[in-house]
Design a protein around this ligand. Structure first.
Ligand code: G6P
Length: 365
């Protein structure tokens, strides 16, 4: 079917706006009550010792986020690797390893080569893909579709949140069968997840505030993204989105690493985007923000109402998301990160859907 912009200025804007609907549809496809529709015959989490996740670009950041879920919820050790590094390092694959590949297109050359390297070595080859007929899907023992629908914008948006969704469902399934989450805990987390499309809508409603912040950020030459815990991989994704389409130099750091280098860059010309829901680590993030502000740095804080109340008046730009379960925050906070990049790119007048030098799918090395 031909896909058009449906009245939006760019495919990226349309794909950002589609996220409440595609997430709801993906949840319908995967959930029947508290049952997660992932065939355990082809993937028995009680028999595996570790997970190795491999991908490129945005899909790699989805893997980094998923590591937190698998380790926290299912107590399953996870290694995450960039496909172009993994494939040439000849990493040992021990018995009891499931190799998991995440790819929107299912055709990325390095990811496919990494998959072929694992063939015959890993217990199981699993992929999380958007294109179900792709090479990566066909060469997997189990291919899980993300149900994002066709994605045209080169900068991945809805595929990212849909990848996160499937990876989270997989982690919950693993936790359930490994007995690290009780049936009640699973039921309650799935309930929260079913409510997430509604919160996505609330995030989209913050468009004007985010646009205002993005216009200010678009004047910068360098931008720093900070996050802790599950927000750390998202800081990388936020920085990637911004540099891909607005051509503003952006770097991501774990908030706790601020003192170990990036703080030297802080002055009033370098906006610092902090993604921090009011979770158990929030106080630590507040002290990182104070270190930035004490040096004249400008903080754009993406948080929830409790975080906004605690962060104080000195924050330069405040973007307030609805409060959600900590474990779901990476999905929700992806939206403001995408919207910031989008509006910054529009403000700079770049070709949002076809950024220079980039390709939607990298099928050659
Ligand atoms: C390219 C695209 C990115 C994407 C990456 C991996 O760099 O521009 O948006 O994240 O490839 O692509 P894949 O199809 O494997 O997810």
């Amino acid at each position: 079917a031909r896909v058009d912009k449906a009245g939006y200025k760019h495919f990226m804007a349309k794909e950002i706006a589609e996220q409440p609907t595609v997430l709801a549809d993906a949840l319908t496809a995967y959930l029947a009550g508290d049952d997660i529709n992932i065939p355990t015959e082809s993937l028995d989490f009680t028999k595996i010792d570790r997970l190795t996740m491999v991908a490129c670009g945005t899909a790699y950041y989805a893997c980094l986020t998923a590591k937190y879920w698998f380790e926290k919820l299912a107590r399953l050790p996870v290694e995450v690797d960039i496909a172009s590094e993994f494939r040439y390092r000849e990493p040992p694959i021990l018995p009891g390893t499931v190799s998991l590949f995440v790819s929107q297109s299912g055709e990325t050359a390095d990811t496919l080569a990494a998959l072929r390297y694992c063939r015959g070595k890993a217990d199981r080859i699993v992929s999380v893909v958007n294109v179900e007929t792709s090479s990566i899907a066909r060469e997997s023992d189990l291919a899980l579709p993300i149900h994002a629908g066709v994605e045209i914008g080169v900068a991945s948006t809805k595929a990212f949140t849909c990848q996160l969704n499937v990876l989270l469902l997989l982690a919950i399934k693993a936790a359930k069968v490994r007995g690290t989450m009780s049936a009640d805990e699973v039921a309650s987390l799935l309930d929260q997840l079913r409510g997430l499309p509604g919160h996505f809508n609330a995030a989209l409603d913050r468009d004007q505030t985010i646009e205002k912040a993005a216009i200010r950020i678009s004047e910068a030459r360098d931008v720093l993204f900070l996050g802790r815990g599950m927000m750390y991989p998202l800081a990388y994704e936020g920085a990637l989105k911004l540099k891909e389409i607005s051509y503003i130099h952006a770097e991501a750091y774990a908030s706790g690493e601020l003192k170990h280098g990036p703080i030297a860059l802080i002055d009033k010309t370098v906006p610092v985007i902090v993604m921090a829901p009011h979770d158990a680590l929030f106080d630590k993030t507040v002290s990182n923000m104070q270190e930035v502000m004490a040096r004249g740095g400008k903080v754009c804080l993406i948080t929830d109402p409790a975080g906004a109340a605690e962060a104080g008046e000195d924050v330069w730009q405040m973007i307030t998301m609805p409060a959600v379960d900590d474990r779901l925050a990476p999905l929700l906070y992806a939206l403001p990160a995408q919207m910031l990049a989008y509006h910054a790119a529009v403000a700079k007048g770049t070709d949002v859907d076809q950024p220079r030098n980039l390709a939607k799918s990298v099928t050659v090395e």
